[in-house]
Design a protein around this ligand. Structure first.
Ligand code: AMP
Ligand code: GLY
Length: 405
């Protein structure tokens, strides 16, 4: 099979790396890809935001299967464009992608389907949102409706902070919701509209600094460990969240296909949905692909069941100076080949000087071990062998999981 991967981040490198190991895969194409993806794929520079151009490309290149990494092309209808040409693609239609594309849609959907989530109110503008604040205690969570690249959510500790957030967030509709406490888990399932194959649980680390301090990022690291959830917790998530989501999407006439990612809070009252994403997580894909023992292509094409290596896997993101603000680019990267771990590229660029930084999240250093402590140790041993000026990373990826060992 000829397989096309859309995207250019660490998630897409992890997916391409895993696809390349499949006996069913003859060739991988990537749009636009990155220097790491180029090790296993032919990278083609095309804009990812024009669904019809991507579908034309896939048709002319005789692509058999396409996998979409980021949410933007999905919300813009890349799956609809491919299916209109009879092309096979993994992902939701634009209508189903509203689960991620609109937080208002997602919350109303959950309320209608009886899916556990934080208590909420919807405001059609900032003034209405200011009035609705009185119905909540503090902290309170304020979410701008549309896609905001992870920057549309504010946890306000008090009323002045909430008012300031409403001034700052992009105008439009807002979700105001109750602040939930517990541990966050990323639960992702591969869906065909009717059935769901759950992946192993992962935990992301969104804040830029250790101990979840500092501003939010796209994700500073993740680990994949079966001990994150008990089998009773997994069943409860499937029964109260994943299956009801698929059923309600079918009732709406927009069956959900592709990766359904439920960002969960494990509260004392059970799992509750913080957000839905309609794609693989980044950086969750990196430790997930590292731990998956069976053929990803067979699962995507035939629904083949998945087996996982028992060893936990850990991915530490190395970020560029300035991230999550405007990152500095052009810093020379050294030490990847000798580090002893699998290194997924995100913001890198190949130049005459060598490999340089070209984005905020630069690399995802990924490794596993017989237990979580040793997986963490071997990943950080590799991290310390890599260098670029301004490099920073969290030193506590996976630490929350240690209590389970
Ligand atoms: P979201 O994009 O909706 O997942 O929000 C980003 C981050 O904000 C989440 O990963 C949580 O850490 C936090 N968050 C969102 N909603 C809530 C909530 N209701 N209670 C507590 N934290 C939340
Ligand atoms: N790691 C969070 C996300 O992919 O949205």
């Amino acid at each position: 099979m000829k397989i096309l991967v859309i995207g250019s981040g660490g998630r897409e490198h992890a997916l391409a790396w895993k696809l390349a190991q499949s006996p069913l895969c003859d060739k991988i194409l990537a749009v636009p890809g990155n220097p790491g993806i180029a090790q296993v794929a032919e990278c083609v520079s095309l804009p990812v935001s024009t669904p019809s151009a991507l579908a034309d490309f896939a048709r002319h290149a005789a692509v058999d299967l396409t996998i979409v990494g980021p949410e933007a092309p999905l919300v813009e209808g890349v799956v609809d464009a491919f299916r209109a040409h009879g092309l096979r693609i993994i992902g939701p239609t634009a209508a189903a992608a509203r689960l991620e594309g609109s937080k208002v849609f997602a919350k109303q959907f959950m309320a209608q389907a009886g899916i556990p989530t934080a208590r909420f109110r919807i405001a059609s503008n900032a003034n209405e949102a200011r009035r609705l604040l009185d119905e909540f205690g503090y902290p309170v969570v304020i979410k701008a409706d549309g896609l905001a690249g992870g920057k549309g959510v504010v946890v306000a500790e008090n009323r002045p902070q909430a008012m300031a957030a409403l001034d700052r967030l992009p105008p439009g509709a807002f979700v105001i919701e109750e602040y939930l406490t517990g541990e966050e888990v990323s639960f992702i399932a591969i869906c065909d509209g009717l059935t769901a194959i759950p992946l192993e649980p992962t935990q992301d680390h969104k804040a830029v600094y250790d101990d979840d301090r500092g501003p939010n990022t796209g994700g500073m690291g993740a680990y994949c460990d079966s001990r994150i959830l008990t089998s009773a917790e997994r069943s409860r998530i499937m029964d109260t969240i994943i299956h009801p989501t698929l059923e309600r999407m079918r009732q709406l006439g927009t069956p959900f296909t592709g990766f359904l990612y439920a960002g969960l809070m494990m509260t004392s009252d059970g799992p509750k949905v913080l957000e839905f994403n309609v794609r693989m997580g980044d950086p969750e894909a990196q430790p997930l692909m590292h731990r998956m023992a069976t053929d990803l292509v067979a699962t995507l094409v035939d629904g083949a069941s998945i087996e996982w290596r028992p060893e936990p896997s850990v991915c530490v993101v190395l970020a560029a100076a300035g991230y999550p603000g405007t990152p500095r680019t052009g810093d020379l990267i050294t030490g990847i080949d000798e580090c002893g771990a699998t290194v997924f590229h995100a913001g890198t660029r190949q130049t005459e000087r060598g490999l340089v930084t070209a984005g905020g999240r630069v690399l995802g250093v990924t490794s596993s071990g017989p237990d979580l402590p040793s997986a963490i140790r071997s990943t950080y041993d590799a991290v310390r062998k890599i260098h670029f000026d301004g490099m920073h990373y969290r030193a506590d990826i996976g630490r929350k999981g240690l209590k389970r060992w």
